[in-house]
Design a protein around this ligand. Sequence first.
Ligand SMILES: N[C@@H](CCC(=O)N[C@@H](CS)C(=O)NCC(=O)O)C(=O)O
Length: 201
Amino acid sequence: MLLIGVNRSPYTRRVAITLKAYGVPFEQRDLSGFANRAEVHASNPLGRIPALVLDSGETLIDSGAIVDHLDETYGGDRPLTPAKGADRRAVMKVAALMMGACDKGLQAAYTRNHTPAEKIHQPWIDDCNAQVMNALTAVEAMIDPNAPYLVLGRLTQADICAFVAERLARGIGLDTDAQTPRLRALTKRLLEEPPFRSTEP
Ligand SMILES: N[C@@H](CCC(=O)N[C@@H](CS)C(=O)NCC(=O)O)C(=O)O
């Protein structure tokens, strides 16, 4: 199995952590969506990372679709996203908030990095960053500081998505130590676990 993408990408790291959490062996090709566009394009016509090339040769794209396949194949009776019911809805809600936060954080970063300085519209960046922080704050409110994980008392896709989103938020300059201390404490704890630690970029 071959994971295409760099772990600087929250979406790629989400998949890398999920593979490690399931104990699935894989190789990784460190390609970036922008710097290696042509090579990435060969695996994903959109030119985005991550892509996961299965041993059969089939290629999956988009972190959500990839982790869905990994849950189905390796999750057994305790997939990282529960198969149905209230538990599934709880995990999916956190995942949607956190991956949406990644989308908004990257929109802000792309605007900064790919727009001529005189055309940068700071209110748009501020609005994206506010949406990121609002999503993190909503997840902050769900965290029991005495619980080891976000929901269900075990590692789920909610923790993985919260971890990559909090990391991205810090990367774009948001102060999660001050604004979402419970979430920051959770991600520090998670970083002690091998799937998280071993995927540090
Ligand atoms: N919804 C996608 C988003 C993937 C994505 O936006 N990846 C970024 C890297 S963090 C990328 O490849 N960007 C290059 C581009 O959009 O052209 C997922 O969950 O995998």
